[in-house]
Design a protein around this ligand. Sequence first.
Ligand SMILES: CC(C)(COP(=O)(O)OP(=O)(O)OC[C@H]1O[C@@H](n2cnc3c(N)ncnc32)[C@H](O)[C@@H]1OP(=O)(O)O)[C@@H](O)C(=O)NCCC(=O)NCCS
Length: 209
Amino acid sequence: MGFPFFGNPMPRQAKPKPRPITESVTIREISLLDLPPIFALGERLFPADKWPALYRTWDEYELAVHFASDSETCLVAEMDGQVVGFALGTLLEKRMSSWTYGYLLWLGVDPDVARKGVAARLFERMTDLFIKLGARMIMVDTDAENEPALAFFRSQGFGQETPHLFLSRNLTHDPDYLRHRRAPRASPTRRKPATPSRPNYAPGRDDDD
Ligand SMILES: CC(C)(COP(=O)(O)OP(=O)(O)OC[C@H]1O[C@@H](n2cnc3c(N)ncnc32)[C@H](O)[C@@H]1OP(=O)(O)O)[C@@H](O)C(=O)NCCC(=O)NCCS
């Protein structure tokens, strides 16, 4: 029965179901044009003062090296023509071991689309790639305080968390350091990538080095 003063209520229209954001996200292999937006997003997500303990440093060199050597395992999440996330991985083969590892080095999603499943989509595709390339295990690492990343990795089935301590020693008072600084430089030194060629441990396997 309708209400006399307000008229009959309008028939309720079925609201269109909001399309999950991940459906409008495309996951694809990285291309050269992606480097500037990925770099800019990484600068927002990995500022050196936020995660000073990260032994890898987010910089142009880091990104360019991965693009040059591992583009097959570098993925981009794109939405409306914009880069909203990326995953940079590499394949590791241990000497004297038949095992191949997939190592996810960097994973980042624009905070504007956080908790919408973008990282999960990137990770799903990366897993497919690693499997196709022969990996039997995936490794990731992050700062012990990086709760969102830990929660994400745990949600993707990661376990076997092995604490790993990074120690540092200041060299600027070392006599050799001071001598070296005073000597004229022969040629400009080229920076080396901060990424180790392989991680220091391989969970689940005996160290064979
Ligand atoms: C970690 C990160 C990649 C997650 O990206 P995301 O697209 O928001 O993650 P998803 O939406 O795919 O999350 C999937 C699941 O992970 C977990 N998760 C993700 N972010 C979380 C958070 N901030 N708090 C708690 N759980 C979280 C949840 O279980 C989530 O499922 P739910 O939303 O249904 O509960 C993103 O927060 C990020 O870029 N962080 C900064 C960079 C970084 O630390 N990278 C990882 C180390 S290289």
